[in-house]
Write a protein that binds this ligand. Sequence first.
Ligand SMILES: Cc1cc2nc3c(=O)[nH]c(=O)nc-3n(C[C@H](O)[C@H](O)[C@H](O)COP(=O)(O)OP(=O)(O)OC[C@H]3O[C@@H](n4cnc5c(N)ncnc54)[C@H](O)[C@@H]3O)c2cc1C
Length: 702
Amino acid sequence: MPLTSPQHLVLAGGGHSHALVLLHWCMHPQRRPAGWITLVNRQSSTLYSGMIPGLIAGHYKRSEIAIDLRRLCDRAGVSLVIAEITGVDVSQQQLQLRDRPALSFSQLSINVGGGTQPGPLLAIKPLEPALETLDAAQGPASPPFQLLGSGLAAMEVAMALRQRWPKRRLQVLHRPETVPSRLLSSLSQLKIDVLPSTTLNPSGPGLRCTGSQAPEWLSSSGLPCCPDSGRVRTQSSLQVLGHPTIFAAGDCAVIDNQPRPPSGVWAVRAAATLAHNLRAASEGDRLRQWRPQRRALQLLGGVNPEGCPQAWALWGGIQIGPHPWIWRWKQRIDRQFMERFDQAPAMESKAMDCRGCAAKLPAAPLEAALEAAGLKSLGTAPEDAASLGKDWLQSVDGFPALISDPWLNGRLTALHASSDLWACGTSVASAMAVITLPKTAAALQQELLSQTLSGLRSGFEPQGAQLIGGHTLEARSEAPTPLSLGLQVSLSVNGKRPARPWTKGGLRAGDQLLLSRPLGTGVLFAAAMAGAAQPEDLDHALAQMGTSQHPIVEQLQTLICLEPEALLSCTDVTGFGLLGHLGEMLQASHHQLQVVLDASAIPALPGALKLLKAQHASSLAPANRRSWSLLDPTKDHPAKVILARAGSGVTSEDDQALLELLVDPQTCGPLLLGCSESMANALLQANDTAWHHIGVVQSMQD
Ligand SMILES: Cc1cc2nc3c(=O)[nH]c(=O)nc-3n(C[C@H](O)[C@H](O)[C@H](O)COP(=O)(O)OP(=O)(O)OC[C@H]3O[C@@H](n4cnc5c(N)ncnc54)[C@H](O)[C@@H]3O)c2cc1C
């Protein structure tokens, strides 16, 4: 059923206009439309167009020109969904996404940019594959690199490539009549061949820079689009013609009576009107009409034959330069544009307590409470799942929403809860859910619930598990911003009891310790709340967390059929961190065992160690540090865990970061197992192995 009111504003695409609208809401939270707001983009950062040629030339690193959409969303109180948009169902008011359910909206704003017009060679847009191709392109002796296009983008990319590759043969292939002659002579001075487009070698290396084309799904969704460019036609209020609840801006859109060429300049300038009108429309106020200037100043970067950067200033038919000071001026404008995003303040109400599995109670109060309640054995001999009669195993898990995407949050909770059964050697057969929803309007609760349930199904169904029931609750506390962070999912999971479940207590001297994936989710998400984690590191962590470990459990089950005694002990690393859960295994196993961990083999997610060195940590880490005592010998006993460090090159800072990694709480963390040497070899030598060999178990007497 389409959402009407209350408001779910969906921002489709994180282009320049939407990035600036988000920044506007960070700076002026009172101007943010009420209700739930979600941004959908295919990555968690977007590149600032003005600095792209500088990136290609090598003047900037990627991180210097990337706008961190995840951080902007966090600070503006907006949910972030990383997904590929495939269409709009206008009648149902739904944004369609690849490989996941559509998102219902009451208001939609589209800023997805454009691609390059079809033709030979790889397209310059989308940018990411083009940039990867440039990174992989070979040296000066390779065949000429071709740039097909007659516009300023082709000229600018050619000059940027000359700075990147001073010696490689470069060719611009263009329609002769379309390029200003002074620019063409500058290309010739840089030893860039300027040839007619008819001489193109379609199988040679190169990029197509032939003008912008809006995504095809806009017109196939029934939105009114220009027949040639595919751009969505809007009024000067930026409302799509005939669709007052849908707005569009940037390269994918064009104002019907005031067309402007696709360019970052216009996408940037549309942002103020868009921010105003999204709010006005949601409140039934009068919309502002945007009257863009007839033309905009363009600063075109280049290089002189001596390799010194320079730039042109273009205003309509007037051309000034090239000159190095115009380049410096351009650089200053571009850097100031990017600095604005670093100054975005966080929302005042933002709680800084960690979420996901880091929201668990520390071990000490948990054990004390269990003892006081007469349930001490649950604290001292905990298994990952409990026996339910002789045929079934059962477990329960859940946490307050880790991320603002309700579908992915549901999927992660399902995978996290499943890992308790995976650690016992079985998969989930059925699950029940208790889902607490934020206190808000029923239509929004319905959308949050259906996204969450779809996410749960996506985690359960591939392992043959059914969601067989549950309950919903409405929170009694104030709803957070964004609303989706008010979700709380708890799951009970059941699985067939294997003939011989793996336990925490099955470690034996001689077992090899294997870990199924790197550590570091706790610190990455803690640092994200402080705006300190890199967007690509969070994307990497989320991709790992969203990957089911069910296939590797099946791999283990297959190997066990060949060698039944090979694996007796396994657990999943969650809230107490690797060391805490390893300590549980040692406590439950034979008391005279000791583990030797290879410090250099403990795998960390990208960015995790750097953040730990910068003193970031999950809010559960301080309590988890009590497991460091496992590393200390007592006067009667040697240490239970020995951390074997590589001889040279390890600083005390590295050492401290590793110790912190060992107690970092994990959501959707790795499986940790102790197995025979032959099984360890089989696992480590398998194609695309996920496993890391991190240590061995030995007898204390060894
Ligand atoms: C080499 C080159 C140099 C340029 N230099 C300049 C310049 O100096 N100055 C200038 O003004 N312009 C320049 N441009 C043009 C400029 O890049 C575009 O005009 C500008 O980026 C358009 O901005 P936008 O906000 O419309 O969309 P974009 O900046 O293209 O952003 C769109 C966002 O939507 C996301 N997205 C797209 N499709 C989907 C989907 N299906 N699902 C999910 N997410 C999606 C993308 O990942 C991206 O993050 C240059 C272009 C090129 C190719």
